[in-house]
Design a protein around this ligand. Sequence first.
Ligand SMILES: [Ca+2]
Ligand SMILES: [Ca+2]
Length: 259
Amino acid sequence: MKKLTPMLKPVLKPLLSLDVVLGLATALALSGCAKGPAGGPTTPQAVNRMTVSMTLQQPVNPAYFYDFAFDDNGVESDGPVALVGSSSLTNGVVGGSFGVLVECLGGSRFNVYRRTRVGNGENLQLVPNAFVTQPALVTGTTIIFTLNLDATYTDSATGQVMRLFRSPSGGFPTALDVNFVTSDEQRRDPNNNLPKTFDAFFDRASSRYLTIHSLGTQTITNADTVQEPANDVTTADTTGRVNVAQLDIVDFQIDIVRS
Ligand SMILES: [Ca+2]
Ligand SMILES: [Ca+2]
């Protein structure tokens, strides 16, 4: 199994021209603990898995959006990034390139999507069996979920069974570009250029992300990679309407287990 060296990669592309989105879902479990499924089917026996944990400065806000994007296209220079202004993307939170999106809505609803189309309107296909165990309701500051890295779905357009995570050739991906993005809104208005409130990986950055160069068994920590700080939420809000502490990513960890 390969040794992985998480690396940081700045993204050069402007976001506005990129249409990408992913939604994802979640699973709980730090190491396969069996929480009763509360939603769709899960695969607790899955060996190849990725547990994601993200901590906010203050508890999740039921009205806010917490998105986790993973890009497996083999290109390290194209995202995922945070949406910062106008957008026509369905997900309204994450731009740039990504293949898998886990969307946590207010800490209570989790969706996992495969992005199947970007041009001519973003299309996100819901993948119902992607969590190892159904993610728990989040009432505190930490969102945790575990994805089955071998999850598959039937493409609604072609009828073909596809891997959720896949390399461009269709096999298991060898690398992932990763970004976590939070916002108080899903921006889906191409004519709304008001600055969007968000936090994403790195200090006050919208277009930098983490590249995991190998998907072997490993633990990736914020301290060893992004060093995501507190108090770096980007916002133009001066009214106090937005509680930025509930959007402020202060820590994360990614645990990958491969057989
Ligand atoms: Ca940040
Ligand atoms: Ca932060």
